[in-house]
Design a protein around this ligand. Structure first.
Ligand SMILES: Cc1cc2nc3c(=O)[nH]c(=O)nc-3n(C[C@H](O)[C@H](O)[C@H](O)COP(=O)(O)OP(=O)(O)OC[C@H]3O[C@@H](n4cnc5c(N)ncnc54)[C@H](O)[C@@H]3O)c2cc1C
Ligand code: SF4
Length: 479
């Protein structure tokens, strides 16, 4: 098998075909095609099979990347799938939306030499999509039922990963979500051009077939309290994500048509499902024919600008106070956005919003980067007298997210939070301040990445298992 590998000298890096900007702007479908088997094998064979695989070190779930690349190159696709799903509960999703340039591919030794990285994410996506088509992907099939139940609050990637892992171990798993669909930000935040929604629905179906029970349109704090759930289940895991969008506090912020990013993205994603969305249908949240200004430089801002383009905006500008190299969003996404017609105003910050009732202009000012602080991040300073104006019929604030006040929402003041409002857990046991209540995902680590949430949820689930086994042993001993 070994001779098939290390082909990077003769075989160049290839990503799957990307649809042209003109074509992809017309719909919300994913922009990358899938590798053919031959292409996946060819690209996998470029791997150098490093003794210390930095790609795996950089991958938050520690995927055994060189192993599954070797198996793909050898045509052993079913084995590759089994190795790949051992460490990752949602490989088909990570293959699509992980910022690989900052994770596995960024640390590939070929990327560090004059050769380019192995296209790891696209191969991971291929392995699992192909496995689904071949019928190799199975839902949880526990060897035995353990007779204890776990309630999971939140059906985002953290909740899904926890449900999968705990059900496989033999627990009765109930997942509660206030939305009407499973997926959290995978369905209502991230647009279809990065992640098509049937990919998430496919996972949902598999989990249901494996016995996970979903309770949708069920909000903790409204339909039940945390205490109710704790009484009903032997353990509870909180995976509710972070949803309080940061807001700008500048003159004119109260004008109409200034929206938080999640309002805009949720409405657009709902329309892609064919839902009736009043505020979109009456034009309020529809960017068509409008001058749109998006404020922010992260993944959410990139999703807003590219969604606006697809809705047929007249112009789309992205205002970010740092420069391109210092933005938190993926560089790939910036390139895609530029190709689709988005204008970036780097080193620019909003000073005020102007208009009569509705926003009409954004007054912005140019910034320059100063010296780095203790964290290494350069400070930003306004350049005096550099104010300029942009036309705006719609402004979208994509400035990041903070946790909601979970203890108050859940009617549980004893639930301890950190100074950032995230749930405070014991880092060894993943347990919150309440016995038998655990937490994972964005609500524990702060707004992050899907792959980090999956990893946390898997680790937290193993601790739930440990806790419940101890409870079961104690119960038997007491009898
Ligand atoms: C626009 C956008 C784009 C992003 N793009 C990327 C990307 O390209 N790549 C990447 O890796 N990451 C991306 N992220 C980040 C990623 O989506 C999150 O890190 C991840 O989804 C967090 O997972 P989670 O399960 O912790 O929470 P969420 O996905 O937020 O899921 C939480 C779930 O809990 C439910 N819930 C909340 N409160 C309650 C309650 N009281 N009762 C019942 N249910 C409740 C919610 O309805 C939701 O379904 C993006 C985020 C955003 C906002
Ligand atoms: S999970 Fe993400 S970081 Fe890890 S190998 Fe897959 S794409 Fe790369």
């Amino acid at each position: 098998m070994a001779e098939k590998m290390m082909q990077f000298v003769t075989i160049g890096q290839n990503y799957p075909d990307k649809r042209t900007a003109e074509e992809r702007k017309q719909d919300f479908n994913e922009i990358y095609a899938r590798f053919t088997i031959e292409k996946a094998q060819e690209q996998a064979s470029r791997c150098e099979q490093c003794g210390i695989p930095y790609c795996s070190v950089a991958c938050p779930v520690s995927n055994n990347i060189p192993d599954w690349l070797r198996l793909v190159a050898a045509g052993r696709l079913e084995d590759a799938y089994h190795v790949s799903q051992e460490t990752n509960s949602l490989p088909e999703i990570c293959g699509r939306i992980c910022p690989q340039d900052r994770l596995c591919e960024g640390l590939c030794v070929l990327e560090q030499s004059e050769h380019d990285a192995v296209t790891i994410g696209s191969i991971e996506k291929f392995i699992t999509d192909n496995a689904f088509e071949q019928g190799w992907v199975k839902g949880p099939q526990p060897l035995r039922e353990l007779g204890q139940s776990v309630g999971i609050i939140g059906a985002g990637p953290a909740g899904i990963a926890a449900a999968d892992r705990l059900r496989r171990k033999g627990y009765e798993v109930h997942v509660y979500d206030r939305h009407d669909r499973v997926g959290g930000l995978l369905v209502y935040g991230i647009p279809g051009f990065k992640l098509e929604k049937d990919v998430v629905a496919r996972r949902h179906k598999l989990l249901e077939e494996g016995g996970v029970q979903f309770h949708l349109n069920f909000e903790i704090g409204r339909d039940a309290s945390l205490k109710d759930l704790r009484e009903k289940h032997d353990a509870v895991m909180i995976c509710v994500g972070v949803y309080a969008g940061r807001k700008l506090d500048v003159p004119g912020s109260d004008l109409e048509n200034i929206f938080p990013a999640m309002y805009f993205l949720t409405a657009s994603n709902r329309k892609s499902f064919g839902d009736k969305v009043e505020e979109f249908d009456d034009g309020t949240l529809n960017a068509e024919g409008k001058n749109v200004v998006v404020i922010g430089g992260g993944d959410t801002a990139m999703d807003c600008v590219r969604t606006s383009i697809r809705q047929g905006a007249k112009s789309v500008k992205c205002l970010y106070r740092r420069d391109r190299t210092n933005m938190p969003g993926s560089q790939n996404e910036v390139r895609n956005a530029e190709g689709e017609g988005v204008d970036f105003e780097w080193l620019s910050a909003p000073k005020s919003f102007k208009g009569l009732g509705k926003v009409q202009k954004v007054e912005a000012v140019s910034m320059h980067l100063g010296v780095a602080d203790g964290s290494g991040r350069q400070s930003v300073k306004e350049i005096e007298g550099s104010e300029f104006e942009l036309d705006a019929d719609m402004v979208i604030e994509a400035l990041g997210f903070e946790p909601e006040d979970v203890p108050t929402l859940f009617g549980e003041p004893d639930l301890a939070v950190t100074r950032w409002g995230t749930l405070d857990v014991n880092k060894k046991t993943w347990m919150t301040s309440i016995d038998g209540v655990f937490a994972a995902g964005d609500i524990e680590r702060g707004a992050s990445l899907v792959v980090n949430c999956i990893n946390d949820a898997r680790e937290a689930s193993d601790q739930v298992h440990k806790y419940l086994r101890a409870q079961a042993r104690a119960g038997v001993a007491a009898e």
